[in-house]
Design a protein around this ligand. Sequence first.
Ligand code: HAM
Length: 453
Amino acid sequence: MFNKKPVVKEEKKLSLDGKKKKAPPELLRGFRDVLPEEQAKWDAVRDQARGMADAYSFGRIELPVLERADLWTRTLGKHTDVVEKEMYTFIDPSETQVALRPEGTASIARAYINHGMWNLPQPVKLWYDLPMFRHDRPQAGRYRQHQQIGFEVLGVQDPVVDAQLILIATRLFQDLGIKVSVQLNSIGTPESRQAYLTQLTAYFRTHRAKLSEEDKHRLQKNPLRLLDSKDPQTIELLAAAPQILDWLDEDSKNHFMKVIEYLDEVQVPYVLNPHLVRGLDYYTHTVFEIWQEGDAGDRAQNSLCGGGRYDRLVEVMGGERPAPACGFAFGIERAVRAMTESGSAPELRNRPKIFFAQLGDAARRVGLRVFEEFRKAHVLIAEASGKNALKSQLEAANKLGVAYALILGQKEVLDGTILVRDMESGAQETVDILKIVPMMEKKLSGGSVEAES
Ligand code: HAM
């Protein structure tokens, strides 16, 4: 996809005097900035994930953005969308074919192998919050760079792990005020799947003429993906197609039954979805997605979260010992969008309660010191350093919704004092500047304070 001759856009804009005017810098398609006003929701999602990770003893892992491309081309499947069309692959200056990480699970398996994690007590539970890159067609909720939070459990085959991960993911979204439905299926082992694929392929071959070009390609290269085709004609054909659950071997069936029993036990509702296969080849047994309630339509676009078991991945990648595993990941952008649609509005974390206004150069200098004292005491304080007039500084304080404004003018600097203004009542008092930090701490914690001048 890369290392072709780059296309450089001509700057065409001319200004009035006929000279070339610089075009404003352009963001790449499918990439976005996350601005400060969006951060409250991003923080809420991250706080929720961190809380879950702590409660269930997951250790955080950071992974490099750039890895050898074959980490994914060998494990996700040659005929998956990610490998066929979406990877940012290029040759680096040391002639190695590298790729920007399109997903986290293969990197997790690599890290498990590289760090000999089979020597640790099993299971190894890891979580991450990392950017992913996919050169996909951008649209609402689909970006070429997106941020995934993922939870992965490696080293045990027990179906209780699958159920616990589904429970964690479900509660995480529910606690963010998002109504969700869990879509659940099993795709068994690669061996048991083979018999099913033979049936499925035979069925669709008899209807080949009705398939779109894309689905004909799938029939040939990756017939399982016909199950989550979006083509109306294929969806119609699927109603009478063989179902994967009927073709699972005993072990796969037992595993799936156990997952269902455990979910019933913890009262997590789910929808058995025989057409859910997920788009990546490393899955075995349980696969699941979490959809925002009411989003039965375009699955790929609307899925909030996706995951499943990948019992063979570590082995396929050359791990010394097999490590059955299960995990899930979700995009923060989609979680934030769902929160917005559900009207769920978290409080801004770290919202300052005090505003600092200063008048004149001497006040600005003393102000630097005062600000530092508050920071050391972990009291958040806002300012509008570009504004000089008191009126505009107090307007800024009002906008931020702080409880108090501290005002430092020429006179106060000379007297060693500072004015404390109650923003609600407008009442002002003069306070010894050396005592301002403990006094404000007391005021903010609701304690009564004697004014001292
Ligand atoms: P995935 O379904 O490809 O699975 O992606 C997981 C989640 O990432 C999706 O449910 C969605 O929320 C988000 N996502 C994916 N692509 C985009 C995009 N282009 N723009 C915005 N958000 C996106 C995986 O990547 C697996 N590694 C998940 C997993 C972990 N399986 C086992 N462990």
